[in-house]
Design a protein around this ligand. Structure first.
Ligand SMILES: Cc1ncc(COP(=O)(O)O)c(C=O)c1O
Length: 398
């Protein structure tokens, strides 16, 4: 079969491949601690599940308007207004099956062949994949440990030029847990004033999982609302990854083209899932708050534990639920160590390079797992490295 040329440009998300390898080992009877996949280990809160069951019984089994049911668009706009301190209206919202389609649609709608798109590296792998798929030119900005994994906004601003069509931000950041400050965003906003053709895609899916400082949305800064697409969703904060429910808050002129992309690809988001979304936003936030408090506790356990392992150092992530330890002291590459930990240690992690070339020298460990599992993983990592050192003789392995 001859595939279309564009398929050669399409990347992937390694987390799903590692999960499949880990499951295959489990099928052979091996015990694996899962720190690879980016999803809360919590169940969706019961009142949300109940709302969806009731919706199905009440006939929410049909197509809905492509951009989402009015009740959900309203609930999203009112939640976004409250949380981001600027006015959003239901007409600004497009509801999609998960947050990912917002990347896909925004890039397809705005990026032409050869247009430059600036994005974080290491970063969520789908950004680069989608930029290339659309024929755009990816312009990575390295997210550096030396800067506490906060984006170098000066470097970012220096990279913007007449060919730049889009800037992608992600705060709190997957995979490093870094975040953007108000001062960073103000500096970016000042530069963007000189480049009216640039739209920003602000991926804020972890905005309610910030352990230090305040979350600031670029959209809330003067003049930025009409230049910024805010991506958010239910997968992480309401532990709803399998439901597939996300949304974008768009500059008004983008709403119709993005809705048309929805009509062409999905028709609409599942109707009972949308009712579940209304229940999530309008019901008790206590389960989400409890989950984030638990992630905060686990963050301390995993980072402190990693720092006690020879060859590994780890900075304290400010948000999301990932640790991004520096493993250069082990003598292994990211890929080698991730493979060794999975096959020998029974710990599934992701190589930093799964998030782009600047991820070399790091691993990503999701701490969306119990303290007990995290402690078991830490002990296995230490033991696997110890064993590798002793078989390689003295000093670090080659
Ligand atoms: C930074 C970032 N953005 C967006 C998403 C997509 O989330 P969803 O599962 O809602 O499509 C993820 C999921 O891992 C993510 O890490």
């Amino acid at each position: 079969m001859q595939f279309a040329r564009r398929m050669g440009q399409l990347g992937t998300e390694t987390a799903f491949e590692v999960l499949a390898r880990a499951r295959a080992l489990e099928a052979q009877g091996r015990d694996v601690v899962h720190l690879e996949i980016g999803e809360p280990d919590f169940d969706t809160p019961a009142h949300i599940v109940e709302a969806a069951c009731e919706a199905l019984r009440n006939g929410y089994t049909h197509y809905t308007p492509a951009a989402g049911i009015p009740e959900l668009r309203e609930a999203i706009a009112s939640d976004a207004t409250k949380r981001r301190g600027i006015e959003f209206s239901p007409e600004d919202v497009v509801v999609t099956p998960g947050g990912k389609p917002i990347m896909f649609y925004s890039i397809l709608a705005l990026v032409d062949e050869g247009d430059e798109v600036i994005y974080p590296n290491p970063g969520f792998p789908i950004y680069e994949s989608m930029i290339q798929f659309a024929g755009g030119r990816p312009v990575p900005i390295q997210i550096e440990e030396a800067r506490d994994f906060s984006l170098d906004v000066e470097k970012l601003c220096d990279s913007i030029n007449e060919r730049t069509r889009m800037v992608i931000l992600n705060s709190p950041h997957n995979p490093t847990g870094g975040s953007l400050s108000r001062a960073d965003l103000e500096a970016l906003a000042a530069t963007l004033e000189k480049f009216p053709g640039v739209t920003v895609l602000a991926d804020e899916i972890y905005s309610r999982m910030l352990y230090e400082g305040e979350h600031v949305s670029l959209a809330s800064l003067p003049g930025m609302r009409e230049r910024t697409i805010v991506l958010d969703g239910f997968s992480k904060i309401y532990a709803m990854t399998g439901w597939r429910l996300g949304y974008g808050l768009f500059p008004r002129e983008l709403v119709a083209p993005v809705t048309r992309l929805m009509i062409n690809s999905n028709s609409c988001t599942a109707s009972a899932t949308q009712i579940a979304g209304v229940a999530a936003l309008t019901g008790s936030q206590e389960p989400s708050e409890r989950m984030v408090a638990e992630f905060r506790r686990r963050r301390e356990v995993i980072v402190n534990g990693l720092n006690q392992i020879e060859g590994i150092t780890c900075t304290m992530p400010r948000g999301a639920f990932y640790a991004f330890p520096n493993i250069t002291g082990t003598g292994f590459t990211s890929r080698e160590l991730a493979d060794l930990l999975l096959t020998e240690g029974g710990v599934a992690t992701l190589a930093g390079t799964a998030f782009g070339s600047f991820g070399e020298g790091y691993l990503r460990l999701s701490y969306a797992n119990s303290i007990e599992a995290i402690e078991k993983a830490l002990a296995r990592i230490a033991e696997t490295l110890e064993k590798a050192r002793s078989t390689a003789g003295s000093g670090a392995p080659a």
